[in-house]
Design a protein around this ligand. Structure first.
Ligand code: SF4
Length: 171
C-alpha cells in the first residue's frame, strides 16, 4: 500500500512557528489515516527548530534551489540565519519518505519548507511569490509528487494511478 507523507500541522499537530496547528478536516485525509497510509512529518521540527519559533522566510528573489545549493539563506525578521535547520529538515523529510517508500506528499502551502506552489517572499509582509519551499523542492527533485492541502482530489487521482501501475503491482 502506498504511504503518503503529510505535513504534521495539517493533521492537528501543534508544530507551526506560532505553536498552532493548521488542521484540515477532509474525508480524504480521514480515509488515508484509517488505512494507515499517513507518514506524519514536520521538517522544521525534525531539523531542530523549537515550537514556538520566530517566523522565517527565504530571502527575497531567491528560490528553494538556491537555498539547497548554498546560494541563498532563510532568515527570521531579525535577520538570524536559520538555513541550516531548514536544510536539515528537508533532508530528514526525504530520509523519512525513503524509509517508507513514499511517492506522494501532501504539504502545507506557502511555508518556506512545505510550500508547493508559493512561498512567502522574504518581506515578512504576508506577500508570496511563486516556487516551492525547500522540503518540497528536495522531494520533487527526488521523484516524489507533492500536492497542497487544497489538492487532495488530485492527490487521490495520482495515488490511484500509482497503485494501478505495473511497477506497483509487480507485473
Ligand atoms: Fe507545517 Fe511544514 Fe511548517 Fe512543519 S514545516 S509547521 S509541517 S508547514
Amino acid at each position: 500500500m502506498e504511504k503518503i507523507l503529510v505535513s504534521a500541522c495539517l493533521i492537528g499537530r501543534r508544530v507551526r512557528f506560532d505553536g498552532r496547528a493548521k488542521t484540515v478536516e477532509d474525508e480524504i485525509l480521514d480515509r488515508w489515516r484509517a488505512e494507515r497510509r499517513l507518514v506524519v512529518h514536520c521538517p522544521e521540527v525534525a531539523g531542530g527548530l523549537p515550537v514556538p519559533r520566530p517566523p522565517a522566510e527565504i530571502e527575497a528573489a531567491s528560490g528553494a534551489t538556491a537555498v539547497l545549493t548554498g546560494n541563498a539563506r532563510i532568515r527570521t525578521p531579525q535577520g538570524a540565519d536559520v538555513t541550516t535547520f531548514f536544510l536539515a529538515g528537508a533532508h530528514a523529510a526525504l530520509d523519512t519518505a525513503r524509509q517508507h517508500g513514499v511517492r506522494i506528499a501532501i504539504l502545507k502551502e506557502s511555508s518556506p519548507s512545505c510550500g508547493v506552489h508559493r512561498v512567502y517572499d522574504g518581506s515578512f509582509t504576508g506577500a508570496t511569490t511563486s516556487g516551492p519551499g525547500v522540503t518540497a523542492r528536495l522531494l520533487l527533485d527526488n521523484g516524489i509528487a507533492v500536492f497542497t492541502e487544497s489538492e487532495l482530489p488530485e492527490a487521490v487521482a495520482h495515488l490511484q494511478a500509482l497503485e494501478a501501475s505495473p511497477e506497483q503491482n509487480g507485473l
